[in-house]
Design a protein around this ligand. Structure first.
Ligand SMILES: [Zn+2]
Length: 263
């Protein structure tokens, strides 16, 4: 393969990768997905992400944070742990954070409080944040807009599935939009419209593996190597050569995560 891809969002610590994680990472690398960011959702999973970044260097990097759905079960000092973990080697981002009104696991006010903590930590450390937004577009956008008054935002909207208007506002705020296998589903008409209009220098690709497997693997366990299916679909929707989009999205990821070394 003549190009490199970055899977900006996967969950390599998940149990479903327990038996064949080495093969999953090896398959990704041989499919051209030479970098992947594995995402923390709790303190334990953030620690696991850091350990995976160490084991699979230089291909795997870590994000640390507390997912909105896990905020309610976070211990009192969990946030202090995240603040410490952010300094560990291999950590390139903060999250995932954000708001989720689809699952009723955590009261919205508590989610907003933790979202704010992640955004503040991003500002303090200079590391980009990773936003999860499900059935909470209005609230998420409002909080991002309010926070942007305190300083420039540096982050990405993960598995973007919002409206054209939300995309417009996020882009105006300087954020990147990362697209998952959802764009490969024919039913995702709005999403396919959005992805065709995003400026090339703000576009990222991801799997969210083991979830959201792209067509033709839909319904199966997802893995980082499948990033190429999503990329090919987006290239098609945008009418761009696959190689060009691969180069562009990889360049975008490098810029966002502060990677200076060439692959
Ligand atoms: Zn995720």
């Amino acid at each position: 393969m003549s190009f490199h891809l970055v899977d900006t969002h996967c969950h390599l610590d998940e149990e479903s990768f327990g038996i064949d994680r080495d093969d999953v990472v090896a398959r990704a690398v041989s499919a051209g997905v030479t970098r992947m960011v594995t995402i923390g959702t709790t303190v334990a999973s953030s620690r696991a992400a850091i350990a995976l970044a160490k084991s699979y260097a230089p291909h795997v990097f870590a994000a640390v944070g507390i997912h909105p759905n896990y905020v309610a079960q976070a211990a009192d000092d969990d946030w202090d742990r995240i603040r410490e973990l952010v300094r560990e080697p291999g950590v390139v981002a903060i999250g995932e954070t954000g708001l989720d009104r689809y699952w009723d696991h955590t009261p919205l006010a508590a989610q907003q409080d933790f979202f704010d903590r992640h955004l503040t930590l991003s500002r303090e450390t200079g590391l980009p944040f990773i936003v999860h937004c499900r059935d909470a577009e209005t609230e998420t956008v409002a909080q991002l807009v309010a926070t942007s008054k305190l300083g420039a935002l540096n982050g990405l909207m993960h598995s973007f599935a919002g409206s054209l208007e939300t995309a417009r506002i996020c882009l105006e705020l300087g954020l990147y939009l990362s697209f998952s296998g959802m764009v490969t589903f024919k039913k995702s008409a709005t999403l396919r419209e959005v992805v065709a209009t995003v400026p090339a220098d703000r576009l990222l690709v991801e799997t969210d593996a083991p979830y959201l497997a792209p067509s033709p693997h839909r319904g199966k366990r997802n893995e980082p190597g499948y990033t190429r299916h999503t990329l090919a679909c987006i290239a098609d929707l945008r009418g761009e050569p696959v190689e060009q989009l691969a180069r562009q999205t990889t360049e975008n990821a490098r810029r966002l995560f502060g990677w200076t070394i060439a692959e």
